[in-house]
Design a protein around this ligand. Structure first.
Ligand code: ARG
Length: 563
């Protein structure tokens, strides 16, 4: 039970049913200053109902309250200020963390229902952008968060592996390409070819026509076109996988756009059957005027299907395959209309699960003011960002802890972890610029700061060389530890809130708060002093280490024991 729920119950009891605990919960506040306790109840809004001055209501309520659960309850004007019983709360919280370990904060809300998550989804032969990085990290974190609350996530990389770009690429490869060069440096070479062919097609109609012809051959199953397609796809995947390995991300499915080639006819049939298709200049579309949306283009004049046609087929396939509770799409903000259209068309098709299609949009990241996706050769650039982050981390480790074993490995956990953490600590809809030096710093609101704090707690525990006893009730009573205990106690609710809002930043921000509170505690209190409180303090240190590690894990960031 949260602190507020505890207070709400006590007040409801004292009011003898005049207000429900639920109603009271909505009125409770967090006091601005710690002197006013842990939870405050303002009585202003009750004056009318009780025909009494708020001050009076507060005073009378205080007399009727059962105060067992609290250290103190004070009347301050129209407010009732509640001070929780530090001893009781810390004992309950620490013992829960010590018993459950990494399972602390776990829930069974999901009841093993499936939640497919569409994430990463880069386009073959086109650059892997910063947006794809965000999608990868947000999707990966949401998968872990949903798993923690009892769902079964299914991570689907909806690869952009079909479309006219392949025809263009084949044209370019046939004209200027060379097998060996591509094999050596696939993405970069393919990108070069892709950029060149598009530039030349602008000048020369003929090239564009050839591109379309090659794509037509591909759609018709021509063996040479097919072979080139699988080769481009395989080679690109080798490079993407290198990035995924660095990030520590794995997928359950690589079913991309091409997978739905033979699954779109059914969509068109259903749309026809339900009389939803309109013809416009030879193209087929679904009118979405009543949703205030532009029409969804299902088939072009030449019969080619579109991005949304594939997404319709994918949604139906996912519903059938996973019988999902809901399906999340971690895709940039700029595709909001696309997902509104997708939901609207599914709703028109009478699929009641259209409401369970959840677009999880995010803003744009820029690096030093530059939008990565406009730069050429940016796949390399993205990898370079991660490598540079690792190098920055290594130089800080060299300065702080030159004796450390496994420096390279830890520098990677810290450097790449810093980029991921930074990506996830901001509300996902914010667009933000990023400066690598800031991101990898060991101080400030960074990933390395949280990792460092956890490594510090591990080092304290190593020094103390102490074994916790699950049968002992550890508890603390002082002001400094109280701030830490309260944050640890919130963790299970924080996990649920992050899931409900599809917002890993809720967890990232909370982990920063824990780290800050703990470092304050560390500065105030001599943790390792030999006295009777030592085991209690060590139980707190242990609990901090557990919750920080688990917070980082949910974000997809590792937690080295030393750094
Ligand atoms: N490949 C697309 C892009 O790079 C993203 C695909 C997102 N997923 C989806 N099911 N539409 O823009």
């Amino acid at each position: 039970m949260s602190e507020k729920q505890l207070v709400a119950q006590a007040i409801a009891k004292a009011l003898d049913g005049e207000l429900s605990a639920e109603e009271i919960l909505n009125l409770l506040e967090n006091p601005k200053s710690k002197e006013h306790g842990d939870v405050a109840f303002p009585t202003f809004s009750l004056a009318k109902k009780f025909r009494k001055a708020p001050q009076m209501i507060a005073a009378e309520l205080e007399e009727k309250l059962e105060k067992d659960a609290f250290e103190n309850v004070e009347v301050a004007g129209a407010y009732l200020n509640f001070f929780l019983d530090k001893q009781k709360v810390s004992s309950a919280t620490l013992s829960e963390i010590i018993t459950l370990g990494e399972k602390y904060g776990q829930h069974e809300i999901g009841q093993n229902r499936k939640v497919p998550i569409d994430l990463s989804s880069p386009n073959i032969a086109k650059p892997f952008s910063m947006g794809h990085l965000r999608s990868t990290m947000i999707g990966n974190s949401l998968a872990k968060i949903y798993e923690k609350i009892g769902f079964v996530p299914v991570k689907i990389n909806h690869l952009g592996d079909w479309g006219k770009q392949f025809g263009m690429l084949m044209t370019a490869y046939k004209k200027w390409g060379d097998k060996e060069t591509v094999e050596k440096n696939p993405i970069q070479e393919l990108l070069k070819l892709y950029v060149r062919v598009n530039a030349e097609a602008k000048q020369d109609e003929e090239i564009d026509a050839q591109g379309r012809a090659w794509f037509k051959r591909l759609e018709d199953g021509d063996p040479e076109a097919q072979e080139l397609w699988s080769w481009f796809r395989e080679e690109s995947l080798v490079e993407f996988n290198r990035i995924y390995n660095k990030l520590g991300v794995e997928f359950d499915s690589l079913n991309g756009e091409a997978f739905y080639n033979d699954k779109m006819d059914e969509i068109v049939e259903i749309l026809e059957e339900k009389n939803l298709l309109k013809e416009s200049k030879g193209a087929l579309l679904v009118d979405l005027e009543k949703y205030d949306l532009p029409p969804a283009l299902i088939k072009k004049t030449d019969g080619a299907t579109l991005y949304i046609t594939r997404d319709l087929a994918a949604a139906l396939y996912r519903k059938r395959t996973y019988d999902f509770y809901k399906v999340l799409y971690a895709v940039g903000n700029e595709q909001s209309n696309h997902f509104k259209q997708l939901k609207a068309v599914l709703a028109e098709m009478d699929f009641d699960w259209a409401k369970d299609i959840i677009h999880v949009p995010f803003g744009l990241i820029t690096l030093g003011g530059k939008k990565l996706s406009t730069r050429e050769g940016k796949v390399v650039l993205l990898e370079e960002v991660l490598d540079e982050a690792d190098a920055l981390a290594l130089s800080q480790i060299e300065a702080k802890n030159p004796e450390l074993a496994n420096k390279e490995k830890i520098a990677h956990q810290v450097g790449t972890g810093a980029v991921i953490f930074h990506d996830l600590k901001n509300d996902r809809l914010n667009s933000f610029d990023f400066d690598l030096d800031e991101v990898v710093r060991f101080e400030g609101e960074t990933g390395p700061y949280v990792q460092y704090t956890r490594a510090r707690s591990m080092s304290i525990l190593r020094k103390a060389n102490f074994t916790l006893d699950v049968n002992v009730q550890y508890s603390l009573n002082d002001k400094d530890s109280w701030e830490v205990v309260k944050l640890l106690k919130q963790f299970p609710e924080i996990v649920v809130r992050a899931a409900e809002k599809y917002e890993p930043s809720v967890i990232a921000k909370h982990s920063i708060q824990i780290a800050q509170a703990f470092n304050k505690y560390y500065a105030q209190v001599r943790i390792l002093d030999e006295n009777e409180e030592l085991p209690n303090r060590l139980a707190l240190v242990h609990s901090v280490a557990v919750v920080l590690k688990e917070s980082l894990r949910l974000l997809g960031v590792e937690a080295p024991d030393e750094m």
